[in-house]
Ligand binder design. Structure first.
Ligand code: ATP
Ligand code: MG
Length: 373
């Protein structure tokens, strides 16, 4: 294992240096170079990245061994062992300040050299390990902080979004309480209906926020099962047809063989329901919505097309973020959670989602999912 350790010798006396190189080779190290100045030492350390530098302190040139060692340690994190014939107090102090990995006074024994190098290499290895662990801890801490920030951000936005339905409930109950006996039956039912729909929307919002929270903390699993894709889609479309109050035409077209499909039915349900519901919601009464299922190699392509209000080009990229809604929604209700859930479901599936849309013309959301993993 020693054989692979590369050492750079910085020594201005060539004979001493050659002698040292021989000793090192005998000990099983490889000598990457012999240089005679601090400047050259830094240059070669940068180019050849040795595992250790043996550095003479007294060197010709602008910078001495102590300065060169400091720079090599700082810039490249390479351990340095000093070699010196004599050491006055001041030099020793300066050398100590660069945190050397060893200090050898010339002349030294081969055994002493060997031990010093091995200890230096080992100590450096230990330091690297500690550094790596600290980095991992630091990274985990940052991730935890980010997650906490994101959660409080969601909670903050969700509570803001809750105000609207809460206000509706408050006003309607207030009217029913104060003027209940003066209202026509029809008016009363209208207020009860809006209370119910506000409760439903708050419930849906809660569900959605919880789903996103679970997805973000890795608690939603990807559970693929063999799936009859065409049957799955037609059932889903049929149930949405029955739910659509506004008489949209929902068309489903499948082209290709999907008999080998292995997918997570829950995630796929989230994806298609949200996309088709959006297509319905953002299209005029009686509009046409189409789900197109095709195959490209080992991928299933789902296209949800509508002829609705469209999405302004500059806003398209942000729609997959939580609570993001385009500016042209008018008073179409929504909280901006659906696509965030879709995006997470697509990611869990190892797929991708894109959108093409023109304001006033319509939108097409394309989801590509691997047919099997
Ligand atoms: P919900 O949480 O109830 O789904 P939402 O529909 O507003 O609310 P998303 O489904 O995330 O939220 O969609 C985000 C935004 O993207 C919408 O508010 C709308 O501006 C835009 N959008 C999504 N789908 C369409 C579409 N088919 N046509 C036009 N705009 C769309
Ligand atoms: Mg939606």
């Amino acid at each position: 294992m020693k054989a692979s350790k590369k050492i750079l010798i910085v020594e201005d006396e060539l004979i001493v240096a050659e002698d040292l190189a021989d000793t090192l080779r005998n000990l099983g190290y490889s000598v990457v170079d012999i240089v005679a100045s601090g400047e050259k030492a830094i240059e070669i350390a940068s180019k050849k990245r040795p595992d250790l530098v043996l550095m003479d302190i007294m060197l010709p040139g602008k910078i001495d061994g102590v300065e060169a060692a400091g720079e090599i340690r700082r810039k490249f994190d390479i351990p340095v062992v000093y070699l010196t014939a004599y050491a006055d107090q001041k030099t020793v102090e300066r050398a100590t300040a660069t945190e050397p990995f060893g200090y050898l006074i010339k002349p030294f024994e081969e055994k002493e050299l060997h031990t010093t190098i091995e200890i230096a290499l080992r100590r450096h290895q230990v330091e690297q390990n500690i550094k790596l662990r600290l980095e991992i801890v630091e990274k985990m801490k940052k991730q935890a902080e980010e997650e906490r920030d994101r959660h409080s951000h969601y909670v903050c936005m969700a509570s803001h979004e809750f105000r609207h339905p809460l206000t509706t409930i408050f006003i309607s109950t207030e009217i029913l309480k104060q003027y209940g006996d003066q209202l026509t039956e029809e008016k009363k039912i209208k207020h009860f209906d809006s209370i119910q729909s506000a409760v439903r929307s708050m419930n849906q919002m809660l569900e959605d926020v919880l789903t996103i929270g679970r997805a973000d903390s890795g608690k939603i699993e990807f559970n693929p099962i063999p799936l009859d894709l065409v049957y799955f889609c037609s059932e889903l479309v049929e149930s949405l047809r029955q739910g659509a109050e506004s008489h949209h035409t929902i068309e489903f077209i499948a082209e290709g063989d999907f008999s080998d499909a292995v997918m997570d039915n829950h995630l796929l349900h989230h994806i298609l329901t949200n996309l088709i519901s959006n297509a319905i919601k953002y299209s005029p009464e009686g509009g046409k919505v189409r789900l197109l299922l095709t195959r490209e190699g080992e991928q299933a392509i789902f296209r949800v097309q509508d002829q609705g209000i469209g999405i302004p080009e500059t806003e398209q990229a942000q729609l997959f973020q939580v609570f993001h809604r385009a500016t042209n929604v008018g008073n179409i209700p929504g909280t901006g959670l659906g696509l965030a859930i879709v995006k997470r479901s697509v990611d869990l599936h190892g797929g991708e989602i894109t959108v093409e849309s023109k304001v006033g013309i319509g939108s097409t959301f394309t989801v590509k999912l691997p047919l099997h993993n």
